[in-house]
Design a protein around this ligand. Structure first.
Ligand SMILES: *[C@@H]1O[C@H](CO)[C@@H](O)[C@H](O)[C@H]1NC(C)=O
Ligand SMILES: *[C@@H]1O[C@H](CO)[C@@H](O)[C@H](O)[C@H]1NC(C)=O
Length: 345
């Protein structure tokens, strides 16, 4: 009952507390060290630096400023401007001047809604070579389509210089890396130039999981080409694309690169989501297979190796030279020299 035993008890409790605090410190220290290790081991360390490098100036008046974000309200979850299924027209008489004059709110390839803050900032990336008419139809339809969705967006055309075999996947890697120098986009839509969406409820925003937007097209009777198909038009957040190290750079010619991306996604235990079939419909503007884009005969071989190669073949190994960046009224034209296929397989 004396003072001494009580004091003793308090002292013991104090010691316990001290010990507990010490333990916690040690644990925190261990955690800090091990997470350091993880970062060091990441194959994408250099990539992080590129992704976070200083921004090149986009048309700055078009970029949502901090004040704007606090003054304006966020755009509604469902845009009141959507019209659903549309009848598409492809008039041979359409000109670029006409499309420009119909889209004067688009500046330097970029658009930002005037009266609300867009829910996502989206970079549309188009791998491209010699498809003027397709590009014209694309711009004609896509600008109003994206504006009805109230998105902050920019359209990037990634133009492969020279005439060696086309490499869609590598161009898309270049587009991702270059677009991030303009702005910290939330979402990337990888888009073939000859596919035009028929329904504006097919939202060009990214989801928790990678998204495939083309369930059907007129050329396949509006059926999915095959189970697991991830080509044509797909959308991934910056983080999702980083996690899979982007596309492979080694697929020259037509086919396979979209299946490779799907395998990378599966290896990261992500799943592919799709909008309902009645919404995810496209018209494919007719064309012959371009010269310079022959079927890639190596694709099956390459696909078998993806689990071994994805960490070293992708965004972190994408070497190229930018020849020009032209900011046209309705798109940003990035012309790149992406090299040529290595022949030893
Ligand atoms: C799909 O529609 C486009 C535009 O009307 C047309 O050019 C193309 O030939 C159609 N394709 C098929 C297979 O019907
Ligand atoms: C993009 O720029 C290159 C180089 O200036 C040019 O040759 C090409 O025609 C341009 N493409 C488009 C679609 O504007």
């Amino acid at each position: 009952m004396g003072v001494l035993p009580t004091l003793f008890k308090v002292a013991r409790r104090g010691k316990c507390l001290l010990l507990l605090v010490l333990c916690l410190c040690v644990l925190a220290w261990i955690a800090a060290i091990s997470s350091d290790d993880v970062v060091k081991e990441s194959p994408f360390e250099d990539l992080k630096a590129i992704e976070e490098s200083p921004r090149r100036e986009l048309e700055s008046e078009m970029i949502p400023s901090v004040e704007e974000q606090t003054l304006k309200e966020s755009c509604p979850e469902r845009s009141p401007l959507l019209r659903g299924a549309l009848k598409l027209t492809f008039e041979a008489s359409v000109t670029l001047e006409q499309v420009e004059s119909e889209n004067q709110e688009v500046v330097g390839g970029q658009y930002n809604p005037a009266d609300c803050v867009a829910r996502q900032s989206v970079a549309i990336l188009i791998p491209y070579r010699n498809r003027e008419k397709h590009l014209l139809y694309f711009l004609y339809h896509l600008h109003p389509f994206l504006q009805r969705q109230q998105l902050h967006y920019a359209i990037y055309v990634i133009h492969q210089a020279g005439d060696v075999t086309f490499n869609r996947a590598k161009l898309l890697n270049v587009g991702y890396l270059e677009a991030l120098k303009d702005y910290n986009w939330d979402c990337f839509i990888f888009h073939d130039v000859d596919l035009i969406p028929e329904n504006d409820e097919n939202l060009y925003v990214c989801e928790e999981q990678p998204k495939h937007l083309v369930v059907g097209r007129n050329s396949t009777g509006y059926k999915l080409r095959y189970k697991g198909y991830f080509g044509g038009v797909s959308g991934m957040t910056k983080d999702q694309f980083h996690l899979v190290n982007g596309f492979p750079n080694t697929y020259w010619g037509w086919g396979g690169e979209d299946d490779d991306l799907r395998i990378r996604i599966q290896l990261q235990r992500m799943t592919i989501v799709r909008p309902p079939a009645e919404v995810a419909r496209y018209t494919m503007v007719f064309h012959k297979r371009d010269s310079g884009n022959q079927v890639n005969k190596d694709r099956m071989l390459l696909l078998r190796r993806t689990p071994q190669t994805w960490k070293k073949d992708g965004l972190n190994s994408c070497s190229y030279n930018i020849l020009s960046v032209n900011r046209e009224p309705l798109y940003i034209n990035i012309t790149a020299d992406i090299g040529q296929p290595e022949h030893a397989h």
